[in-house]
Ligand binder design. Structure first.
Ligand code: 0X9
Ligand code: ZN
Length: 419
C-alpha cells in the first residue's frame, strides 16, 4: 500500500512537472497589469489573449500558455501578488498530441478528413487532388511564395463565365497557431464542391460569384507549429541585427501601418515588419487583391479564437463610411450563429496594418475578419472533435454574407444608384 501511494505520488509529481498549462488571469489593479506585461518577457510563456502584452487591461481576461518549466515560477509570482487566476487547461500537451494524431491515414478512404488537422504537405496534396478532381471548376493559382519559398496557392472556384461576375476572396492561416482556420478553408471548399446543385444557397452563390480561397497564407509559420513550436503566430522571416524571427502578417499591410497597436520590436508577437508589405506573404495577397479589386466585392479573413465577426476599422476608433450597413449585415449574420460583432478597434483593440482594413480602403466595402471557435475553453488547442461544429457555424456565416453581397449587387443593377 505504501508502495502504491508512493507510486501515485510520483506520477502526480511527474505529471505536474511535464504538463504545459493555460492560465486564465484577471488583473484587478494597474500593478497587476504591469506584472502581467512583464511576465511574458521574464518567463518562457505564450500570450494567447490578448495578442500583445500592450493590450492587457484591468478587469479583462488574460489567457496565458505556460510551459511546464516556467509553471512553478509563474504561479508563485501570481500568488505573491494575489492576482486572480485559475487553470484553464491543465493538460495542454495532451491536447497538442491529440491534435496531431491520426494524420497519417489515407485521406481518400477516410470520411473524417475534414474533421482532422493536417500538416502543410498534406494540405498541398489536398490542393493538388482538388484541382485534379475538378478540372473544369477549380484552378490553383500561384500568387507568390513565402519567405522559406513555399508556394502560396489559392484556389479559384468558378462554375461559369458570366460577364461582369463578382468574386469573393477568403484567406486562412495568417496566424500560424490558429489551426481551425486552414481547417475551415478546406471544409468550405469541400462543402462548396460537393453541395453545388444540391444545396440552394451554395448553388446560388457559385452561380453568381467566383470564389478565391487561400487555405494557408502563412505556410512557414504553420509548418513551424507542427514541427517546433505549437504556439507560433508570425511568419518565419529573418530580420537583420536580431535573433528574433517573424513578422505579424496582420500588422504588415499598408493601413496606418505600425501606428498604435503594433510593435517595431522584432521580438514582439505583433511586430509590423520593416515597411508595409515587407513580407512576401502579405505582398502576394495585396498584389492579387489590387489586380482583382474591380471584381472582388467581399473580403474575408479567417482567424481564431473568440467567435467574433469584426469589420473595419481596426486601425482607428473612427467609424468606417458604411459602418451602419456593416452593423446591419453583422446583425443578420449574428442571428444565424451568435458571433459577437463590431468594428475591430472598438470590439477588441486598436490594431493597425491588418488585411481587412487594407482591403476595405482598397475599395472592397464588405471586409470581415472572422474569429472562429471557441471562446477560450480550448483556445488555439481546439480538439479535432470540435472542428465540425466550428466549421459549420462559420460556413453559415460566410454563406449568409456572400448571399447578401450578391443580392445587393443585383438590387443595384435593377435600380442603379447615382453616385
Ligand atoms: O489581432 C489580430 O490580428 C486578430 N486577432 S487574433 O487573435 N486572431 O490575432 C484580429 C484582427 C482584426 N483586424 C485588424 N486588426 N485589422
Ligand atoms: Zn489571428
Amino acid at each position: 500500500q505504501v508502495k502504491t501511494h508512493l507510486f501515485n505520488h510520483l506520477v502526480c509529481f511527474n505529471k505536474h512537472l511535464t504538463a504545459d498549462q493555460v492560465l486564465l488571469i484577471i488583473p484587478d489593479t494597474q500593478e497587476h497589469v504591469d506584472i502581467l506585461k512583464n511576465i511574458s518577457t521574464q518567463y518562457e510563456t505564450a500570450l494567447w489573449q490578448p495578442a500583445s502584452p500592450h493590450h492587457i487591461q484591468e478587469e479583462t481576461q488574460v489567457h496565458l500558455y505556460v510551459p511546464a518549466n516556467s509553471s512553478e515560477s509563474v504561479k508563485t509570482l501570481l500568488q505573491t501578488h494575489t492576482i486572480t487566476h485559475e487553470v484553464l487547461l491543465a493538460n495542454a500537451n495532451e491536447l497538442i498530441e491529440m491534435q496531431m494524431r491520426n494524420d497519417s491515414t489515407d485521406p481518400r478512404s477516410s470520411s473524417t478528413f475534414y474533421q482532422k488537422y493536417h500538416r502543410l504537405e498534406d494540405i498541398y496534396e489536398w490542393i493538388n487532388r482538388t484541382t485534379h478532381d475538378n478540372p473544369s471548376t477549380v484552378k490553383a493559382i500561384l500568387i507568390g511564395s513565402s519567405f522559406e519559398k513555399q508556394p502560396l496557392l489559392a484556389l479559384k472556384l468558378s462554375m461559369n463565365d458570366r460577364p461582369d461576375k463578382k468574386a469573393m476572396w477568403m484567406d486562412c492561416g495568417i496566424h500560424a497557431r490558429e489551426w481551425i482556420s486552414p481547417a475551415f478553408c478546406l471544409s468550405f471548399v469541400q462543402h462548396s464542391l460537393s453541395f453545388y446543385k444540391q444545396n440552394q444557397e451554395i448553388t446560388h452563390i457559385l452561380d453568381n460569384m467566383d470564389i478565391y480561397v487561400l487555405p494557408v497564407m502563412n505556410p512557414d509559420g504553420y509548418k513551424h507549429t507542427w514541427t517546433e513550436n505549437r504556439m507560433w503566430r508570425k511568419n518565419r522571416s529573418h530580420t537583420k541585427n536580431t535573433n528574433c524571427i517573424g513578422v505579424d502578417l496582420n500588422r504588415n499591410f499598408d493601413a496606418n501601418w505600425c501606428m498604435e497597436g503594433a510593435s517595431r520590436d522584432p521580438c514582439s508577437e505583433t511586430y509590423c515588419g520593416r515597411f508595409p508589405e515587407s513580407e512576401p506573404e502579405s505582398k502576394a495577397v495585396a498584389d492579387f487583391l489590387r489586380l482583382h479589386k474591380d471584381s472582388i466585392h467581399l473580403y474575408i479573413s479567417i482567424h481564431s479564437y473568440s467567435q467574433m465577426l469584426l469589420f473595419p476599422y481596426s486601425y482607428t476608433l473612427e467609424e468606417a463610411p458604411n459602418h451602419s450597413d456593416l452593423v446591419v449585415w453583422s446583425k443578420i449574420i449574428y442571428h444565424r450563429n451568435h458571433y459577437v460583432y463590431g468594428a475591430g478597434a472598438k470590439t477588441i483593440y486598436l490594431a493597425p496594418g491588418g488585411s481587412d482594413d487594407w482591403a476595405y480602403n482598397l475599395g472592397i466595402k464588405y471586409s470581415f475578419t472572422f474569429e472562429l471557435q471557441d471562446r477560450g475553453r480550448y483556445g488555439f488547442l481546439l480538439p479535432p472533435s470540435h472542428i465540425h461544429s466550428a466549421c459549420s457555424e462559420a460556413l453559415t456565416a460566410v454563406k449568409t454574407v456572400a448571399l447578401m453581397v450578391i443580392n445587393k449587387a443585383q438590387a443595384e443593377r435593377s435600380s442603379p444608384q447615382t453616385d
